[in-house]
Design a binder for this molecule. Structure first.
Ligand code: HEC
Ligand code: HEC
Length: 269
């Protein structure tokens, strides 16, 4: 047998294949741990070790010792309470209607917005109470709503919520579970840890504190989902929404927003 037939460092083919193997391995590492993390927002470069941990499924918050996760600053301090949803008196609703005159400019005369502000008509009272309290404490940011909520005592918030909850959910039909619903809405994406919207927002289950979404302006829904994804909005208890949208693409956000917005035949652009 000739020397160059035996697999060994003396064999040029063997040498070349080893060199290529090394080059390809290094290339794959660069793409997987440097290039992809740098273009994928959720993998914001926190070093090689953090990238490896995340690739292995360790939540991002663990990987940076000594830093508090961003959501801590905006975490809600409102504790949802069944009393927030108790039947309101006519008197409370009447007071709420008067207070709501300050809100019609953006949220519509009957709580149905004609701009990109959210509809409030028929919204669950505990949702309105929680969101107004979060604006008031600055846990949810919006220059206009923070300024308005600053001056609202608890009693006014309760009456406003009673009034809006009393208004009919105009033009909107609830989502009912059905095979034709978009996949993310109906079953989520288990492999990406996306729970189905219908398991919290109605259809299968209505979680206390999860807002009524049907008929909301599409632009508003998209903006909120993107705010949860970037962490700009972090007032959702236990990061329920941030966990849902974390790995959703822009296109998926648009799709579910369109679905919830157009259910009601509301303006979709
Ligand atoms: C100048 C316009 C404007 C006025 C006036 C206004 N709002 Fe808003 N409101 C908005 C916008 C815009 C948002 C969405 C802000 C965001 O991105 O968080 C909002 C959000 C809200 C939300 C959160 C709804 C949800 O589904 O999460 C509530 C509740 C609310 N407003 C109640 C009120 C009440 C009550 C008043 C009157 C006291 C009022 N708003 C007056 C523009 C307005
Ligand atoms: C695990 C329960 C859960 C699941 C699953 C879930 N949500 Fe939510 N969602 C919530 C809760 C709770 C809130 C209210 C957060 C807060 O208190 O600010 C919320 C808020 C929202 C808001 C903001 C609405 C507003 O008016 O402020 C949007 C938009 C939304 N969810 C859309 C979706 C979509 C679309 C899906 C499916 C892809 C989904 N959610 C899945 C629980 C859930």
């Amino acid at each position: 047998m000739k020397v160059h037939d035996t697999p060994g460092w003396g064999n040029p083919w063997f040498r070349r294949s080893i060199i290529w193997l090394v080059v390809l391995t290094l290339g794959a590492f660069l793409v997987g741990f440097v290039l992809l993390p740098s273009v994928h927002g959720d993998f914001s470069a926190q070093g090689l070790w953090a990238s490896i941990c995340r690739a292995a499924g360790v939540p991002g918050d663990w990987s940076v010792p000594g830093t508090t996760p961003r959501q801590a600053a905006s975490a809600t301090d409102v504790v949802l309470d069944r009393n927030m949803a108790k039947a309101a008196s006519q008197q409370a609703i009447g007071r709420g209607a008067t207070l709501a005159l300050n809100c019609t400019m953006c949220h519509g005369a009957q709580g149905m917005s004609t701009s990109d502000a959210p509809n409030l008509a028929g919204q669950y009272p505990e949702v309105i109470i929680k969101q107004l309290m979060d604006y008031r404490s600055g846990k949810r940011s919006s220059p206009i709503m923070v300024a308005l909520a600053k001056g609202l005592p608890d009693a006014d918030i309760a009456d406003l919520a009673a009034y809006y909850a009393y208004l009919p959910k105009a033009r909107t039909a609830p989502t009912t579970y059905d095979e034709a619903l978009p996949a993310l809405v109906r079953v989520g994406a288990p492999l990406r840890n996306i729970a189905p919207c219908v398991s919290c927002h109605g259809g299968i289950d209505q979680k206390f504190g999860a807002p009524w979404l049907e008929g909301m302006p599409k632009g508003y829904l998209e903006a909120q989902l993107k705010a949860f994804r970037s962490g700009a909005r972090g007032n959702d208890s236990e990061a329920q929404m941030r966990n849902v949208v974390r790995s959703m693409t822009d296109q998926e956000i648009e799709e579910v927003s369109l679905f919830y917005a157009r259910k009601a035949g509301a303006p979709t652009e």
